[in-house]
Design a protein around this ligand. Structure first.
Ligand code: BTN
Length: 271
């Protein structure tokens, strides 16, 4: 028997039947190609789409990452999707939604593929220190409907190393590269939608309280020295924990405990 590579395509009518969520994914918009699923959701939000609306695509031509980076989103390889949330929460309670999404993605990948992974605060999923998935949450205040949060999720599923552009080859990975076999995206997508829905409702009811231990047990570089590139100046410290407001607690060299609310962390090797 030849080792035939079968293209992993979405079967959207079947996907709709397989999706056992209540609100998330109802409606679900699928397009073969978009600029960015976050753009699609923002556009639908402006036209009054309900909470739980999901956009899914095969390919993004202008996929966005955090801090102005682009997100490599070729067809057939990954899960590129965005969710519309309309939480009735004050602005300070919105940033932890990124961590909620990261936890939902991490636990689904674990359950579906049996790989060990880490959550790199606040929005990356790593396997062996290489990035396999990322979250981009964007908040917009709508005049009539109040705040809406677009949570975009990108998961590298079936990339082989040669598919990644050179600048990502050393830092990115995919589920297929780790498992040594192609992975079907559709069941993973459905499980992720269902899981994110339940984690979101948990967050609305009790905040991060019950989710924090699950994030902490998967936290990348816990106890290690990191550099945080904050908007103003870099900060250094050992990772202690994630706080209930979603910030990262660091212990500095002079034994102070500080909370980091935004930024990108980098491991300081041999510190
Ligand atoms: C990051 O790690 O910097 C965040 C990456 C987020 C990528 C996803 S793919 C689906 C959604 N649409 C986008 O344009 N970006 C997010």
């Amino acid at each position: 028997m030849t080792n035939e590579i079968v293209a992993d395509t979405y079967d959207i009518p079947q996907l709709r039947r397989d999706l056992h969520s209540t609100r998330f994914g109802h409606p679900l918009e699928y397009r073969d190609r978009v600029t960015s699923t976050n753009d699609r959701i923002l556009d639908m939000a402006r036209r009054g789409a309900p909470e739980g609306t999901v956009a899914l695509t095969e390919e993004q031509t202008a996929g966005r990452g955090r801090r102005g980076h682009s997100w490599f989103s070729p067809p057939g390889m990954g899960i590129w999707t965005s969710f519309l949330l309309r939480p009735r929460l004050p602005g300070k309670h919105l940033p932890p939604l990124t961590l909620c999404a990261a936890y939902a993605v991490a636990s689904c990948i674990e359950e579906n593929t049996d790989v060990d992974l880490c959550i790199k605060w606040p929005n990356d999923i790593l396997i062996n220190d290489r990035k396999v998935a990322g979250i981009l949450a964007e908040t917009k205040n709508m005049l009539r409907e109040g705040p809406c949060v677009v949570v975009g999720i990108g998961i590298n599923v079936n990339h082989t190393l040669n598919v990644f552009p050179d600048e990502l080859k050393a830092s990115a990975t995919s589920l297929r590269m780790v498992k040594n076999e192609p992975i079907s995206r559709q069941p993973l997508f459905c499980k992720m939608v269902e899981k994110f829905e339940s984690v979101y409702h948990m967050y609305l009811e009790t905040g991060l309280r019950d989710i924090l231990p699950k994030i902490t047990s998967r936290l990348a570089w816990l106890g290690e020295m990191v550099e945080v590139n904050e908007p103003v100046k870099p900060t250094f410290g050992r990772i202690v924990e994630v706080n209930e407001d979603g910030s990262l607690s660091l212990e500095t060299k002079d034994n102070r405990c500080i909370a980091i609310h935004s930024g990108t962390i980098r491991l300081i090797e041999n510190a």
